[in-house]
Design a protein around this ligand. Structure first.
Ligand code: NAD
Length: 289
């Protein structure tokens, strides 16, 4: 007799994000009541990528809704690396700025690693600097990348057990795959990090209690890749015929997975919220000296 289908929870990432944003708004209101300035995030956009411009607007709206200040520096695509590094230096020194986010991707001719290295680690609210990445590796305090933090928060708020769980992360980028693997491992999961050269990816995923897909290959993770009761987190975003699609066949895994995040209103709103959270943490760390 086959097992009865599981009632899969399709995670409402926006609702979770709103819960967390309400907590952040309360913390900020407390600072304002105490006569302090609000925390401030500065976003830097270089070039005219419409997707990046829209992400930045979303981040600024999210700041305003919780009482956080934000400002945008929009530089032309012709900006030199030196000009960008000079701006970062100015923002690093500005005591009224708590968090700096440089929107990726950067135009050709600007080395993203050089930009990450230039950021003050205390203001690096996207967790990109070698210092913050190194602190994550060592398990020391520091800013973590926002999407991995969002994934962890989704797992925590859905009460997914991590201790001793088998977690499979698909993707090994410095901004998602590697940091989320480290965070899961630090939460005592046993982690397998997969990538484009992994053999029998489907077979590896079938063992997993938790699958985090951060690839950018439309509907890579299929129903028969998922162990009954597994948590499936879809980070990937790609376009098919002008429509946004995730790395997971969401409809397919329903009835098998315990939870799945949809590609819309899934991880995305949590990523922005953890950016706000990191900025508020940076502000409070400055206050604490
Ligand atoms: P990336 O291109 O840097 O990394 C992709 C990874 O996938 C690589 O490590 C590669 O080895 C692996 N890969 C590629 N093809 C594969 C295959 N067929 N099988 C297994 N592994 C394969 O991308 P990234 O910056 O890590 O982002 C990953 C995805 O997540 C992208 O679609 C991106 O748009 C999305 N993303 C979403 C959010 C969000 O907030 N929702 C945030 C960041 C990134």
């Amino acid at each position: 007799m086959s097992a009865p289908p599981i009632e899969t929870v399709v995670v409402d990432g926006l609702a979770l994000a709103n819960e967390l944003r309400a907590e952040l708004a309360k913390r900020i209101a407390g600072h304002i009541e105490a006569g302090r300035r609000p925390p401030k995030l500065v976003v830097v956009l270089v070039g005219d990528d419409p997707a990046s411009a829209s992400y930045i607007k979303g981040k600024q709206r999210a700041c305003a809704r919780i009482g956080m200040d934000s400002a945008e520096h929009h530089l032309p695509a012709s900006t030199s690396q030196k000009q960008l590094l000079d701006l970062i230096d100015t923002l690093n020194r500005d005591t009224g700025v708590d968090g700096i986010l440089v929107q990726l991707p950067l135009p050709k001719g600007i080395n993203a690693n050089a930009v990450a290295e230039a950021l003050d680690p205390a203001k690096d609210v996207d967790g990109l600097t070698p210092m913050n990445q190194g602190r994550l590796l060592l398990g020391e305090a520091g800013h973590r990348a926002c999407t991995p933090l969002g994934v962890m928060e989704i797992l925590r708020r859905n009460e997914i057990p991590l201790e001793g769980a088998l977690a499979v992360v698909i993707g090994r980028s410095a901004i998602v795959g590697k940091p989320v693997s480290l965070l899961l491992q630090q939460a005592n999961a046993t982690v397998t990090m997969c990538h484009s050269r992994t053999r029998d990816l489907a077979g590896v995923c079938r063992q997993a209690d938790i699958i985090v897909a951060a690839v950018g290959v439309p509907r890579l993770v299929q129903r028969d890749w998922v162990k009954p009761g597994a948590a499936v987190i879809d980070v990937g975003v790609s376009q098919v015929d002008g429509k946004l699609v995730g790395d997971v066949d969401t409809d397919g895994v329903c009835g098998v997975a315990r939870i799945v995040t949809p590609h819309r209103r899934g991880v995305g709103p949590m990523t922005i919220t953890l950016l706000l959270c990191n900025t508020l943490d940076a502000y409070e760390a400055r206050l604490a000296g």
